[in-house]
Design a protein around this ligand. Structure first.
Ligand code: NI
Length: 174
């Protein structure tokens, strides 16, 4: 199966501020399909284009996915050029990331959001979200702005985590 390689911290590309999508064509459709396959194959619920080395404001998600569910229950969505038109409330969520393996942390996020975005046809869409869906959307949109969830940690904790992750990455696999 044709899959993308997911970039992991501290790959400098993860700091890319991605460019808006302007052409809604077959290439975009193929990128999205390959990203969806890569997300499921990695047991993820969200994957942003920046994480696979693509400089486009696009992410895929399926927050209800788990690897035990039948394939026909999967419900992947493609979100292009996301913009928050409303943000309110607060929630603390436990987050992980395919680009930050083996680490989870609590992050403070907005509790409710209204998102404006484009679908693969280039049509303007709106979505209201709360709970874990709102968390996922905020996390993936951050990726398109070069931001990782570990960037929200307090400075001391962040530098310890980053050191640990860098070490983990430089240790050759057995
Ligand atoms: Ni992530």
């Amino acid at each position: 199966m044709d899959l993308y390689k997911i970039l992991t911290f501290p790959d400098p590309f993860l700091k890319t501020v991605a460019k808006p999508v302007t052409e809604f064509n077959d290439e975009l459709r193929e990128i999205s399909e390959k990203m969806i396959r890569t997300m499921y194959e990695s047991n993820g619920i969200g994957l942003a284009a920046v994480q696979v080395g693509i400089d486009k404001r696009l992410f895929v998600m399926d927050v209800h996915f788990n690897k035990e569910m039948p394939e026909e229950e999967r419900n992947p969505e493609v979100i292009i050029n996301p913009e928050f038109v409303e943000k309110s409330d607060e929630q603390i969520a436990d987050e992980g990331c395919l680009s930050v393996p083996e680490f989870r942390s609590e992050v403070k996020r907005y509790g409710r959001i209204k998102l404006r975005y484009r679908n693969l046809e280039g049509e303007e869409m709106e979505k209201d979200a709360e709970g874990y869906l709102a968390v996922c959307i905020q996390h993936e949109t951050d990726h398109l702005n070069g931001k990782l969830f570990i960037d929200y940690l307090p400075p001391l904790q962040r530098s310890m985590v980053k050191k640990r992750l860098k070490k983990l990455k430089s240790t050759p696999a057995p």
